[in-house]
Design a protein around this ligand. Structure first.
Ligand code: FAD
Length: 490
């Protein structure tokens, strides 16, 4: 990057808030999907919205790509600087600006860690509902970009249901405000379009979030099964019975092995083939009946042990195991890749059985831990990144899993986004006009494509490669992608 640009960035932010040293930049060469790496030319750490806008305007002047980054816990390569350029790291914008307990909302900066919001509003008996398993680290800005989910999103909805308003910097450097604290959409729902746009529409610099009152009563259960099929059938049966638990999480034997070997030891049954972590919450009245109905469904599906957490400490331990499960994999494998898809719940048993067969065929272990209630699936493929043969297999096996989920009527992603990882799969589910319409919307926000380029949409090369798997003319789609993104198509 030109020295002149670095000098101007330092004028805007001060010297220590601009990184260009090759070694320091290594930290920012990937997010939590470590399979793909690309180093930025510089990383900057703004404190204010105005600074973000100035950086963006400078990048525009020099036609340099730029992208926002929160905590870098993303699992689809969304914060990967594919074309180099400037990473705008928002972790220093990490203040809870105000809390309105009476009207149940808070205004926060994008770098605030998800869990810190609930901690800040706890004295008012309130909390912020969407709780990704990464909530101890991920930022609310990243959550907005990815429309993140979490165990409790089954009952309470994803991030998009909890965002009332935002302030953002457009890719041209203007500052805009959308939505309002009252939560009423006036005019077009552009806020709805931005949540989940994976950092490709705007850079969010302030967020007004909805707060909820803590439930009066909570019951947490752990049900163990000797068979994966029985465990996944239970998920379907609970939902089919009209029960909406606050959370319904699936952990399999491999996950239990990792969790129990790690610091997140939760007391999960080590002889189980799979277990469900189930939570119900609400008014105390009626909760016992709901919990009893769930126990009954578990037993009908041959659960050999259904345990109800006896106090807050046991409940916290059960959740620690679930939320620490990804990290715990480090105890049993040097590397892993977290797949993310959604399938119809009733197809869970057959899809898990097929993934188990793939695991045998490829000789790569798979652990399954996921938000089962909403059909979200997270096969964690375990491998050794030092072995090229295993890395190659990962790509092939990952592709097979994605295709399997699509074939049973599923979606490409439940919560981690498309990012860089899954862009090549977009034309497995979308037609040329579908993709073109999405790209046109992107161009309205990000006309020059300088903000977070090479994400979400398949490239021409990838389209040609993926053409092996599709019936549509994928090379043609790729050509249109290039044309539309470059602005030569109307
Ligand atoms: C152990 C583990 C468990 C996880 N569990 C879950 C889970 O249960 N549910 C779930 O949904 N996800 C989960 N994730 C994925 C990840 O934590 C989420 O996607 C999270 O929202 C990313 O936040 P971040 O701050 O780390 O964002 P980053 O990784 O830094 O960025 C993610 C994307 O957001 C964009 N972005 C970041 N900040 C902004 C901003 N201010 N304005 C505009 N765009 C921005 C980036 O450009 C990038 O495209 C998990 C990840 C890990 C490692």
């Amino acid at each position: 990057m030109k020295k002149e640009v670095i000098k101007k960035l330092r004028e805007i932010l001060g010297s220590p808030a601009v990184i260009e040293d090759e070694t320091e930049l290594l930290v920012y060469e990937c997010d939590a999907l470590t399979l793909f790496k690309s180093k930025p030319d510089a990383v900057v750490f703004p404190w204010t919205t105005e600074q973000v806008a100035q950086i963006v305007r400078l990048a525009n002047e020099h036609r340099i790509p730029f992208l926002p980054r929160g905590a870098g816990t993303g699992l689809s390569g969304g914060a990967l600087a594919v074309e180099g350029g400037i990473i705008i790291e928002l972790q220093r914008m990490n203040r809870v600006l105000s809390i309105d307990a009476d009207n149940r909302f808070a205004i926060v900066q994008p770098g605030v860690v998800n869990l810190h919001i609930s901690q800040a509003v706890a004295p008012y008996g309130l909390y912020y509902a969407p709780d990704p398993s990464s909530q101890m680290a991920c930022s609310i800005g990243g959550n907005v970009a990815e429309n993140s989910g979490g165990p409790h999103c089954l009952k309470y909805g994803m991030t998009t249901n909890h965002i009332l308003a935002i302030e953002a910097v457009t890719p041209k450097g203007e500052i805009i405000r959308l939505g309002n604290a009252a939560g009423e959409t006036v005019g077009m729902d552009l806020l709805g379009a931005i949540v989940g746009s994976e950092g490709t529409f705007v850079i969010v610099t302030e967020i007004t979030i909805r707060l909820l009152q803590k439930p009066q009563w909570v019951k947490t259960l752990l049900a163990a099964f000797h068979s994966v099929e029985d465990c996944s059938q239970t998920v379907s049966d609970i939902i089919a019975a009209g029960i909406v638990p606050a959370a319904l999480e699936f952990v399999d034997a491999k996950t239990i092995e990792a969790v129990e070997a790690s610091v997140y030891k939760a007391g999960y049954p080590q002889d189980a083939a799979a277990a469900l972590l189930i939570e119900v919450d609400g008014f105390r009245e009626g909760l016992e009946e709901t919990s009893n109905a769930i126990v009954e469904i578990c037993r009908r599906n041959r659960s050999y042990d259904v345990r109800v957490a006896k106090d807050d400490e046991e409940r916290a331990r059960l959740w620690l195991g679930r939320k620490g499960a990804f990290g715990a994999m480090g105890r049993i494998s040097p590397d892993m890749i977290t797949m993310d898809a959604v399938i119809p719940r009733t197809r869970l048993p057959e899809v898990l059985a097929e993934i188990a067969r793939m695991s045998d065929r490829y000789g790569l272990a798979v652990a399954n831990v996921f938000h089962a209630g909403d059909g979200n699936l997270h096969p964690l493929i375990l491998f050794d990144g030092r072995r090229q043969d295993q890395v190659e297999k990962i790509h092939r096996m990952g592709e097979e899993i994605v295709k399997l989920c699509v074939d049973v009527g599923g979606a490409l992603s439940g919560e981690h986004g498309i990012g860089y990882e899954k862009k090549e799969f977009m034309n497995l589910v979308f037609t040329e006009p579908d993709l073109e319409m999405m790209m046109r919307v992107k161009r309205v926000f990000n006309p020059d494509g300088l903000l977070n380029p090479s994400k979400i949409f398949p490239t021409r090369r990838a389209c040609t490669e993926i053409g092996k798997h599709t019936t549509t003319s994928t090379a043609e789609i790729g050509k249109r992608v290039d044309e539309v993104l470059r602005g030569s198509a109307r």
